[in-house]
Design a binder for this molecule. Structure first.
Ligand code: GLY
Ligand code: MN
Ligand code: MN
Length: 438
């Protein structure tokens, strides 16, 4: 992404807002991890989308008032401060930020309260994400009250506050070419990391060793952070959907489920692969794996413009349910099992989510109460699974097997492109790379 891409996003927002509107978008702040240390800084996704500005404690203010022909973009950011910068790192400061990020104006953060009062004055609509950031709520409501109290001085508060996410979430749902390029890169790196974990896996190693291999591969390609807590669940741990302890020894004969994706320039990949710790699937693991894979491949046939994720998920539920009936894990007919949702004991999560700046990216799945139709430019996951808990009331041979297969798909004009195809997925591919890829 370059500054033109962020300008384009700002222009999109300025045009989508009602006339005579002002928008306020806060950056993220540092979060304390323990005394005197912070979690690695992660920019707020909305702020990132509109600016690419990488520092904490900043505000973007946009106006499409008729007084500005092409709209107005103003940044408030931390001022230059040599002493602070020695301790905490370089800052752009307003002057450099204005130039580098092609903004109309930039000011030190200390001037925010006073200038925001003047900037908001006389706009009819105010767009911001109420409730998203408590200090912004407080700041904005204080300024609005101040404007209302100053009506005798000719001040006027916007009469209408609108949730900016209504516009931004729709914009973020359809990825630009520049965004797709980055997601594609993130997906490529994540595929390499999964391959690395497969070729490294061995009984006696620990889940955290695989986690380290994954993160190493991410970093070696410039993706310093995972997009979410990496999941390395071996044996029955694979049945804990958001397992992140990753501290158990890998045992011969078990499967290991890895759900890991890197973040690159703010954009996430989100891949799951499940493979045998020692490289060879047992009969039972193979039988369950083939059902999940078949469910995913069947789902892919329905991933195209104008179809819905719900259609694909209905098919997945059928394939999984029929598969579990065929193995004797579920009893009875397909229709009654679907009706009673018996599959939910073994497949208890959704099939898909949007993917982008957030791993569970923004965008409603329903529009006017109807399932949303897929459109070119959307990026989503397809991630069916079967999880048979160690204490499930089934034949022992199935217990403690958890499988998920997750890919990242870009919707195209005619169907989809699987961005994570490079991560081995069929039993033959996995066994081959584990035997020969070391
Ligand atoms: N990694 C989280 C998810 O698959 O939704
Ligand atoms: Mn996912
Ligand atoms: Mn995932």
């Amino acid at each position: 992404m370059n500054t033109a891409d962020f300008s384009q996003a700002r222009q999109g927002l300025l045009q989508a807002m009602l006339p005579n509107s002002i928008a306020i978008v806060p950056a993220a702040s540092l979060v304390t991890r323990s005394r005197d240390t912070h979690f690695p800084f992660r920019q707020d996704s909305y702020f990132q989308y509109l600016t690419g500005f990488p520092e904490p404690d900043a505000y973007l203010v946009l106006s499409n008032h008729t007084e500005y022909a092409n709209g107005l973009s103003v940044l408030f950011c931390l001022d230059k401060d040599p002493e602070q910068e020695i301790w905490h790192g370089r800052r752009y400061g307003p002057k450099q930020a204005k130039k580098h990020f092609k903004l109309d104006m930039a000011f030190p953060l200390e001037e925010l309260d006073g200038l925001l009062f003047d900037l908001i004055d006389c706009h009819q609509h105010l767009y911001f994400a109420q409730g998203h950031n408590p200090s912004t709520d407080e700041l904005v409501f204080e300024i609005l009250e101040g404007l209302r109290c100053a009506h005798k001085q000719g001040r006027r508060a916007p009469s209408c506050i609108i949730d900016i996410r209504v516009i931004l979430d729709e914009m973020r749902l359809i990825k630009s070419d520049a965004e797709i390029q980055i997601i594609r890169k993130a997906a490529d790196i994540a595929c390499k990391a999964h391959i690395r974990a497969m070729t490294f896996s061995q009984a006696g190693k620990n889940e955290y060793h695989l986690e380290a291999e994954i993160h190493h591969e991410f970093a070696m390609h410039g993706a310093k952070h995972p997009a979410y807590g990496t999941i390395v669940g071996s044996g029955g741990n694979a049945c804990i959907l958001h397992y992140t302890e990753n501290n158990q020894a890998l045992r011969q004969g078990d499967l290991v489920l890895i759900d890991a994706g890197c973040e690159l320039q703010g954009y996430a990949a989100d891949i799951t692969r499940t493979f045998p710790v020692s490289g060879t699937f047992s009969k039972e693991q193979r039988q369950l794996y083939e059902i999940v894979l078949e469910a995913q491949l069947q789902a892919f046939t329905l991933i195209k413009p104008n179809n819905t994720i719900q259609q694909a998920n209905d098919l997945v539920k059928e394939v999984i349910t029929q598969g579990l009936i065929d193995l004797g894990i579920l009893k009875g007919e397909l229709a009654e099992n679907i009706e009673q949702q018996t599959y939910r004991e073994y497949y208890m999560h959704g099939l898909s989510h949007w993917l982008g700046l957030d791993v569970h990216d923004v965008g409603h799945h329903k529009v006017d109460g109807q399932d949303r139709a897929l459109k070119p430019g959307m990026v989503l996951t397809v991630e069916p699974g079967i999880y048979i808990a160690p204490d499930a009331k089934v034949d022992r041979k199935w217990q403690g097997i958890g499988i998920r297969i997750e890919d990242n798909l870009l919707i195209t004009e005619n169907g989809y492109e699987n961005l994570t195809q490079a991560a081995p997925k069929t039993i033959a591919e996995i066994e081959d790379i584990m035997a020969n890829g070391k």
